[in-house]
Every structure is written in structure tokens, then in C-alpha cells.
Design a protein around this ligand. Structure first.
Ligand SMILES: *[C@@H]1O[C@H](CO)[C@@H](O)[C@H](O)[C@H]1NC(C)=O
Ligand SMILES: *[C@@H]1O[C@H](CO)[C@@H](O)[C@H](O)[C@H]1NC(C)=O
Ligand SMILES: *[C@@H]1O[C@H](CO)[C@@H](O)[C@H](O)[C@H]1NC(C)=O
Ligand SMILES: *[C@@H]1O[C@H](CO)[C@@H](O)[C@H](O)[C@H]1NC(C)=O
Ligand SMILES: *[C@@H]1O[C@H](CO)[C@@H](O)[C@H](O)[C@H]1NC(C)=O
Ligand SMILES: *[C@@H]1O[C@H](CO)[C@@H](O)[C@H](O)[C@H]1NC(C)=O
Ligand SMILES: *[C@@H]1O[C@H](CO)[C@@H](O)[C@H](O)[C@H]1NC(C)=O
Ligand SMILES: *[C@@H]1O[C@H](CO)[C@@H](O)[C@H](O)[C@H]1NC(C)=O
Ligand SMILES: *[C@@H]1O[C@H](CO)[C@@H](O)[C@H](O)[C@H]1NC(C)=O
Ligand SMILES: *[C@@H]1O[C@H](CO)[C@@H](O)[C@H](O)[C@H]1NC(C)=O
Ligand SMILES: *[C@@H]1O[C@H](CO)[C@@H](O)[C@H](O)[C@H]1NC(C)=O
Ligand SMILES: *[C@@H]1O[C@H](CO)[C@@H](O)[C@H](O)[C@H]1NC(C)=O
Length: 811
């Protein structure tokens, strides 16, 4: 190291010391204040865990464990080291503690053999199916547990989807806090019911990849001697006002805490000028005080930029810790580790804070029974771990687990169902779908076939089905069902003739008659894709590889062109206006059963029931809130992302500005039709106050916020000829008494219900206090606005069929 430990700690200590008031402005943002680096409300000290919410027995066990630790062991407990897993905490054999194994997350145990690749978060969200979300979480939990991983790094609520360009949106769920919040709760509950800890990430306002980390003078990963004291430019700062933070970006994390999540991962970006992993306002304030979080905060890998400052701001575990060249800030060593020991010894760090960090880490370990009968770490994963090569840790980890444990079970069946359930039917004319035993089938596009670069998705490749995205959120499949194989297999039942043309450029360049198709095909199936990955934002919302041009080329000759996209999310679909394009399916990232899942939908074995978890506009220029992609200046503080659209992301923006869109949030067709009738609402109490009654904080915040105040019921009927699943969605409209900037409609309920033809059932939506409140920046409370709150239920955000009002608080 070029610089001394002391100077590093000292400079780190100075970082959050700039005092100021929090952003509590709605509009306009005061750019004078925002322009000042470090302008964020200081909240100290870091709150102790208290064991509320049913964690007290586990906390007592954790306390007994902490009582046995030496100071050196305490420092070791909060600092990652090289090991077989993506993140590792060393064992303490003396106390029978086997260490902790942390693994990516969030759709598969990535660094593992014989494991499944599940559907991505965006697919789970598109299903709008609470049971599926739980089932997916539970099945993933079984695989993590089977491999001896204690912690599942997921699910993701940041990015939320402020912009469709963000590279990691697909790892998370929906461009809506309510739907994402439900998906967080269901996933976390499923995972943790298997005894695996869940880590909700990335906290918070992490909405772009560009400049997510600081720029260093130079980075040489093979040089252990690089200096990390100076950065050329700091990471992007997400400048977000207090109301937006509460109502949009922190909302789903409140669900995560409410569901009992074990840990949270702080993100790479800065929030209002201060790094997310040393932001006392969001960690000590919002998370550990307001939301009553009892678990631990771990850093994203390399997201720690200080020692003491981070510890005092609420960071409990530093990851990956001391990984040599791959350690903190791409330098050697760790801001934690030995520095923590030194800081306690000389009185800089009170040992009670260090104890609290370990109590928070060990309480979930005992709560989920990981201290008894937990499988050992499968050593084979360690051999795949490029993050810390086996030679580095061979002598520090005991490899007692079984090699190459096959944890897949019958999960491929579930994944097939989940892939189909996350597929959204956007267009279906001329009765194109379901297919009716076509005899002559032409398949087009580079998305149809086997990934030519292998089973591990890392970078965009020309040929290959995009069943998953790239980066740390990808998976290592042992088998991929491709659309082409599945079509050949399924159509053989009809003795069909299948021809395929996988090179998009060739298809565009060719006249269809030259492709040697004997006649106009009964159906032309065009498979198109969009790759997205961690570390890079998308540069366009168009489909990759000139896919839209290819669709036009095919449709020129084929009047039954069916388009299927495998994509991270939002795509422009200019060909949707073409009459020869008879059907469009957005199949998202369905996981390893991609081919079977889409064939189930195409042939009608599964009636599509997915709905968009984002909005597809007519033109990419119609979207607001793009990522900050460049700065014109060289100042260290110059990367700023102004969230001045405030609450108006995705449909909230299009609705507030009356902009026509191609397919709105919540949209999705079925092979049958549904009706809604008989909306009614019942108050589940009387004389509601605008502010919640003051109650002791539990995980998730004031428990009064989670109490159901209204029960809204509607009847849903299947008016078509096929059995199918409807997704009734409830949107609220606040009265004018709510503050300016309130979006016209906000999702606050949904259900998924399977109905036979002519069947009618009643569905109910319980509205909790938080659902009908806004965040008041003055009183720092959730308030129910006075007057009539509009309640509408429909099948998308712009297809509202029935409505009523409630008036919880009179004017
Ligand atoms: C304590 O040790 C840390 C790390 O070496 C150093 O930065 C700090 O200045 C020391 N504080 C005191 C009061 O000696
Ligand atoms: C913005 O903040 C600065 C510094 O606190 C203050 O002087 C100025 O009046 C504020 N401007 C507005 C428009 O509130
Ligand atoms: C945490 O608990 C310790 C006692 O274990 C106490 O000394 C310390 O002041 C507490 N910290 C806070 C922030 O309450
Ligand atoms: C203290 O932190 C610095 C910065 O990461 C690191 O280089 C150094 O090795 C650490 N010291 C110890 C004893 O861990
Ligand atoms: C490995 O396990 C054995 C037996 O439990 C123990 O004696 C030894 O210290 C352990 N080694 C390491 C590096 O943990
Ligand atoms: C695709 O077809 C074009 C046009 O025929 C050709 O130039 C190109 O090399 C082909 N690409 C691949 C990957 O085969
Ligand atoms: C639609 O397909 C038919 C062939 O079936 C073709 O004659 C016609 O030009 C196509 N229309 C468009 C708009 O491409
Ligand atoms: C599509 O083209 C075929 C073959 O030319 C023709 O038989 C059929 O009627 C056309 N379908 C439509 C909907 O135009
Ligand atoms: C999208 O909008 C831009 C700017 O208004 C315009 O130049 C462009 O032609 C539009 N693209 C399409 C496909 O309509
Ligand atoms: C930023 O730095 C680069 C490289 O030193 C220099 O070429 C450029 O002129 C600088 N730009 C500004 C706006 O200062
Ligand atoms: C609610 O308020 C009304 C009018 O103030 C009162 O008559 C009624 O008794 C109250 N109900 C309850 C359950 O407190
Ligand atoms: C809401 O209404 C449904 C349908 O009447 C009923 O089954 C359910 O129990 C009600 N929920 C509450 C909390 O009253």
C-alpha cells in the first residue's frame, strides 16, 4: 500500500462530517443545497438491535456467542475473506461456528454446479402471482441450502426501474413500488422458510450502472500496490427528495424488512452526496430507526469507501473484505479487518458498536436454525469462484461438504411453469394464437437456438436464446430448453415441416422466396432478444441485432408473423402496427426451461396470463428520467443524477402527462376474456385518523401502517370459451388534499385468479394504512389525505372497469 492505514482511516472519518439538512423538499429541488457534496442529514449513533418482532431468543443466543469472542475474532466476524463462496466469513472452530457462505443471487446459485437457473425477477413480476413468487423463492432456497450457502444475495428492489435503460432492471421486479414490494415479501418468505437467509439489495436509489463506482486514477487488478486514496471522480449521486425516497425507492425495502429479511446490501451509488454504505441518514435513520430493521447491512462488493465512517453510519459487514487485488476499492486489504481491531484498541471505536454489528449478523443465523444440521459448503463451487481463486484460501477453509451435490430436484417443472407465467401476450389478431396444429412452420432469429458461447451467460452473443441476463445476477445452467428444439419436439406431434433461419442479417438481406420455403408458412415464428447486464446500462430500448428490421422482412411475405421477445424489459415494438404481425409475446428472461415455456403458451397448453410490470411507449423519446450517461466536466463531484421527476416514473409519468403509450403498465391479453362487476368497499374500523396511532416500532416500521383499513371486493367473470387466469388490479387516486406532485393513479392491490368459462368469483383487496397514505415531509409521517380517495379496479393501469370511493378522513 502506498498510503498508511492511519491516513486512510482519517480521511474516511471526514467524509460524512459535512452537516446539513436532509432533502425534504418535493418541488422545486433546491439546487443550491443539492450542489453541495455530502449534504445529507447526519443520524448518529447507529441503533442497537433489540430483538423486537420475535427475534429476541435468537438475539440472546447471538449475545452468548459474542461474549465468547476475542477482539481479533470480532473484527474477523465483520470482514469478508477469500473463500469458496462469493462472500465468506471465517469459521471459529473453537465455538463450533462454521463461518458464513454468501452466494449470488438473485435467480440462481450462480457459482455452483448441478443447480437450476430460475426465471428472472422481471418474469416473476410479470406473473403477478403471489404464490408463484413464494414458490420460486422456496425452490431457490432449497438449492442454496443444499449447497451449504447460508445467505442468498437477493431479492432485488434496487434498481426499481426509474429508467428502462438501467442494466439490472431485470434482476429486480417492476417499475412500481407496490408490485415490487409484494414480490420482495413473497420471495424473502419463500427463501427463508427453507432456513436460508435472504439479503435484500441494493439499498437504495441505485437506478443506473453508469458511474456506479468511482473512477480511480488507474486500476490495475494485478498490481497490489495501487493507491486508492485519490479518486478522479466519485460515483454517481442519486439526488432524491424525502417523499420520493419513501413512496417509491424505499417502499419495497420496507416490505422486505416487514417480511423479516436477514440482511440488506447497501448499494454502490451515493445518495444525496454520501455513499450508500456510509450514509447515516438511510442506514441509521431510515432503515434501522424508522423501519426497525434488526438484521445486518453488508456492503456491495467494493462499495465500502471508509472504515470508521461506514461503521458509525450503520454498515455492519464489509464485503468482499480483504481479497487482495479484489478487495475494497480495488486495492489490497480492507477498511475493516485489522483496522477495526486498531480502532477499538485506541478508543476510536466503542466495542459496543462492534458487538452490535455481530449481534445483527448472528441473530438471523440462530433464528433460521443455521447452527444445527446445516449442510457443509459444496467445495465444487469454490473451484468455479473466479472472485477468489482456490489457491488463496485452500488452507483457511475446511472443505467438509459433499462435492457436486445435485440440488436441482424437480425444479425444472416449476421453472417451465414460471417461464410461461411471466410471458405477456401483447397482441393477438386473426385468432393467430394459440396455434392450431400448423403443418408448415418457419422459425427466424438468432434468439431461437442454443447459446453458442456455452452455458454461462457472460456478454451478448449473436446466436443463442436469451433465457437470462449477464453479470453477477446470471446463472450457470446445466441444460437449456431452446425455442427451436421445443418447437421441433412439439410440432412433431402434428407431423409438421419446420424450417429455420437464425441469422438476422441474412433474413433481412434475403427475399423470402429465396429461403427455399416451399409455400407461405402457416406461421412464421420470429424470435428476437435484448441482452442486459450488470455494469452497463442499455444504450437503446430497441431490440438487439436489428431484430425489428428482421420482423419487417419476414412480415413482408408472411401474413401470420408471430413475434416472441426474450428481453430484460422495455423494448420499442414498431412492428406492432403491421397487420401481418398477428401476435406478439414478451417472454422476458424465463430461465432454463425457456423453450418449453414458450411452446406451452404458443400451443395453448398454457393460457397466457402475464401482465407488463412496466410501460411500453410508442417511442423511446417518450420516456422521462434517463440515466446520467456522461458529464462534461472533470470535477470529482460532477456525477449527479437528479431524480427531479420525483414520483413520476413509468406509468405515473405517462398518466400525469396524458401521453399515449403502446402497451401500458399492467397490460396483458389472454386466450379468453374477463369482466369485472360489483365493486364494494367495507371499512374494517371506524374513525380513522390521518396520522397512524403511535405504536412501538416493529420490523417494517410503525405496525399501524400494515393494518388493513378497508376491504374492497369485486366479482371477476370469465366471459370467453377457455379456462384462464385473470389479474384484477386496484389503483387509488388521491384527493386534491394530497400534496402537489401526487400521481393520478397508483397500484395498491392485485390478485390472480383462474376461472373456467362462465365462472364468476369474488376477489378481495385489503388496503393497509400505508396503501392509502402519502409521506408527509413536515411531520415525517404517513398521512391519509382528507376527502374521497378514488378506488378503481381493472385489467391494466389504463383499462379500469369499476370504481368507487372511500373517505377514511373527512374534510
Ligand atoms: C486509532 O487508530 C486508527 C487506526 O490506526 C487511527 O486512524 C486513529 O487516528 C487512532 N486514534 C487515536 C485516538 O489514536
Ligand atoms: C436554497 O438553499 C439555500 C441555502 O440554504 C438558500 O439560501 C436558498 O434560499 C434556497 N433557495 C430556495 C429557492 O429555497
Ligand atoms: C448499545 O448498547 C450498549 C450496551 O451494550 C450501550 O453502551 C450503547 O450506548 C447502546 N447504543 C445505542 C446507540 O443505544
Ligand atoms: C486498513 O485499511 C486499509 C484500506 O483498505 C488497508 O489497506 C489495510 O490493509 C488495513 N489494515 C489492516 C490491518 O487490515
Ligand atoms: C479443520 O477442521 C479440523 C477438525 O474439525 C480442525 O481441527 C481444523 O482446525 C480446521 N481447520 C481450519 C483451517 O478451519
Ligand atoms: C449472417 O449473415 C450475413 C449476411 O449473409 C453474413 O455476412 C454474416 O457473416 C452472417 N453471420 C454469422 C454469424 O454467421
Ligand atoms: C402481408 O403478407 C402478404 C403475404 O401473405 C403480402 O402480400 C403483403 O404485402 C404483406 N403486407 C405487408 C404490410 O407487409
Ligand atoms: C394469408 O395468406 C394466405 C396465403 O396467401 C391466405 O390463404 C390467407 O387467407 C391469408 N390470411 C390473411 C388473414 O390474410
Ligand atoms: C421518435 O421520436 C423522435 C423525436 O421526436 C423522432 O425523431 C423519431 O422519428 C421517432 N421515432 C419513431 C420510430 O417514431
Ligand atoms: C477533462 O480532462 C481531460 C483529460 O485531462 C481534458 O482533456 C479535458 O479538457 C478536461 N475537460 C474539462 C471540461 O475540463
Ligand atoms: C366515530 O365518530 C362518530 C362521530 O364523532 C361517533 O358518533 C362514533 O361513536 C365514533 N365511533 C367509534 C367506533 O368510535
Ligand atoms: C374481505 O372480503 C372477502 C369477501 O367478502 C372476505 O372473504 C374476507 O374475509 C374479507 N376480509 C376481511 C379482512 O374482512
Amino acid at each position: 500500500m502506498a498510503s498508511s492505514t492511519a491516513s486512510l482511516l482519517l480521511s474516511a472519518l471526514l467524509l460524512p462530517a459535512v452537516k446539513g439538512e436532509a432533502f425534504s423538499h418535493v418541488q422545486p429541488l433546491n439546487t443550491t443545497i443539492l450542489g453541495q457534496y455530502g449534504y445529507v442529514d447526519p443520524v448518529y449513533p447507529s441503533p442497537n438491535a433489540t430483538g423486537v418482532g420475535g427475534w429476541s431468543d435468537a438475539l440472546a443466543k447471538a449475545q452468548a456467542f459474542v461474549n465468547e469472542l476475542t477482539l481479533a475474532e470480532k473484527s474477523q466476524m465483520v470482514t469478508g475473506v477469500p473463500g469458496p463462496c462469493v462472500g465468506n466469513i471465517l469459521a471459529i472452530d473453537r465455538l463450533g461456528f462454521p463461518g458464513l457462505c454468501l452466494q449470488d443471487g438473485p435467480l440462481a446459485i450462480r457459482v455452483a454446479s448441478y443447480a437450476s437457473v430460475f426465471s428472472a425477477g422481471v418474469s416473476a413480476a410479470a406473473s403477478w402471482d403471489r404464490d408463484l413468487m413464494y414458490e420460486r423463492g422456496y425452490a431457490m432456497g432449497e438449492e442454496f441450502r443444499g449447497k451449504g450457502a447460508h445467505i442468498y444475495l437477493g431479492p432485488v428492489a434496487g434498481p426499481l426501474g426509474r429508467s428502462g435503460y438501467a442494466g439490472r432492471n431485470w434482476e429486480g421486479f417492476a417499475a412500481d413500488p407496490y408490485l415490487t414490494g409484494v414480490a420482495m415479501e413473497q420471495t424473502i418468505t419463500g427463501v427463508q422458510d427453507t432456513g436460508v437467509q435472504s439479503c435484500a439489495k441494493h439499498f437504495v436509489a441505485y437506478e443506473q450502472e453508469t458511474q456506479r463506482n468511482p473512477t480511480y486514477p488507474y486500476v490495475d487488478l494485478n498490481d497490489n500496490n495501487i493507491s486508492v486514496t485519490a479518486v478522479t471522480q466519485e460515483a454517481v449521486s442519486s439526488n432524491v427528495d424525502d417523499r420520493t425516497l419513501h413512496e417509491i425507492y424505499a417502499w419495497p425495502f420496507a416490505n422486505a424488512v416487514h417480511a423479516g429479511v436477514s440482511s440488506l446490501m447497501c448499494s454502490y451509488n451515493r445518495i444525496n452526496g454520501s455513499y450508500a454504505c456510509q450514509n447515516s441518514k438511510t442506514l441509521n435513520g431510515l432503515l434501522k430507526t424508522e423501519l426497525g430493521f434488526q438484521g445486518y447491512v453488508m456492503s456491495d462488493w467494493g462499495g465500502t469507501h471508509s472504515g470508521m465512517a461506514s461503521i458509525e453510519s450503520g454498515l455492519d459487514m464489509n464485503m468482499p473484505g480483504d481479497l487482495g487485488s479484489y478487495g475494497d476499492a480495488w486495492g489490497s486489504g480492507s477498511f475493516f479487518g485489522g483496522n477495526v481491531t486498531t480502532a477499538v484498541n485506541n478508543g476510536t471505536l466503542d466495542v459496543s458498536r462492534l458487538d452490535d454489528m455481530i449481534l445483527r449478523i448472528m441473530t438471523p443465523y440462530y433464528l433460521h436454525g443455521q447452527d444445527s444440521g446445516y449442510p457443509g459448503v459444496d467445495p465444487s463451487g469454490g473451484l468455479l469462484n473466479t472472485f477468489s481463486p482456490v489457491d488463496v484460501w485452500r488452507n483457511t477453509f475446511n472443505m467438509t461438504g459433499e462435492y457436486n451435490v445435485d440440488v436441482r430436484g424437480n425444479h425444472s417443472q416449476l421453472i417451465r411453469q414460471h417461464g410461461a407465467a411471466g410471458t405477456v401476450l401483447l397482441k393477438n389478431t386473426n385468432n393467430a394464437l394459440p396455434l392450431k396444429a400448423p403443418k408448415l412452420i418457419a422459425v427466424f432469429g438468432n434468439d431461437a437456438s442454443f447459446p453458442d458461447a456455452g452455458m454461462y451467460t457472460n456478454g451478448a452473443t449473436f446466436y443463442g436464446n436469451q433465457y437470462v441476463g449477464g453479470g453477477s445476477g446470471t446463472g450457470r445452467a446445466t441444460f437449456v430448453s431452446t425455442p427451436l428444439n421445443a418447437i421441433i419436439e412439439r410440432s412433431s406431434q402434428d407431423n409438421a415441416y419446420v424450417q429455420f433461419f437464425l441469422n438476422n442479417t441474412y433474413v433481412i438481406d434475403s427475399e423470402m422466396p429465396d429461403l427455399w420455403i416451399p409455400a407461405q408458412p402457416d406461421v412464421c415464428l420470429v424470435f428476437v432478444k435484448t441482452y442486459a447486464e450488470e455494469g452497463a446500462d442499455r444504450t437503446t430500448l430497441d431490440l438487439d441485432w436489428d431484430a425489428s428490421d428482421m420482423v419487417d422482412s419476414v412480415a413482408k411475405y408472411c401474413n401470420n408473423t408471430v413475434v416472441v421477445s426474450h428481453s430484460s424489459g422495455i423494448n420499442m415494438l414498431p412492428f406492432a402496427d403491421n397487420d401481418n404481425v398477428t401476435a406478439i409475446l414478451a417472454a422476458h428472461y424465463p430461465g432454463e426451461e425457456s423453450g418449453h415455456a414458450i411452446v406451452d403458451v404458443l400451443y395453448g397448453d398454457v393460457n397466457p396470463s402475464g401482465h407488463l410490470p412496466y410501460t411500453i411507449a410508442y417511442n423511446s423519446t417518450d420516456y422521462n428520467a434517463p440515466p446520467t450517461t456522461a458529464v462534461q466536466t472533470n470535477g470529482t463531484e460532477d456525477w449527479q443524477a437528479w431524480f427531479d421527476e420525483e414520483l413520476e416514473i413509468d406509468y405515473r409519468y405517462f398518466d400525469a402527462n396524458n401521453i399515449s403509450v403502446r402497451y401500458e403498465f399492467g397490460f396483458g391479453l389472454s386466450y379468453t376474456t374477463f369482466e369485472l362487476a360489483n365493486i364494494a368497499s367495507e371499512a374494517l374500523g371506524a374513525n380513522f385518523t390521518s396520522a397512524p396511532p403511535a405504536e412501538a416500532i416493529l420490523p417494517g416500521g410503525n405496525p399501524a401502517l400494515w393494518e388493513s383499513l378497508y376491504n374492497v371486493t369485486v366479482s371477476v367473470s370469465n366471459t370467453g370459451a377457455l379456462s384462464g387466469a385473470a389479474v384484477p388490479q386496484l389503483y387509488i387516486t388521491f384527493p386534491d388534499s394530497a400534496p402537489a406532485g401526487t400521481p393520478p393513479k397508483q397500484l395498491r392491490g392485485f390478485d390472480k385468479i383462474t376461472l373456467s368459462p362462465n365462472e364468476t368469483q369474488t376477489v378481495s383487496f385489503e388496503l393497509m394504512r400505508r396503501d392509502i397514505s402519502y409521506w408527509d415531509i413536515i411531520s415525517q409521517e404517513w398521512l391519509i389525505p382528507s376527502g374521497d380517495i378514488g378506488i378503481s379496479v381493472g385489467f391494466s393501469s389504463r383499462d379500469l372497469r369499476v370504481s368507487t370511493t372511500i373517505a377514511p378522513v373527512s374534510e
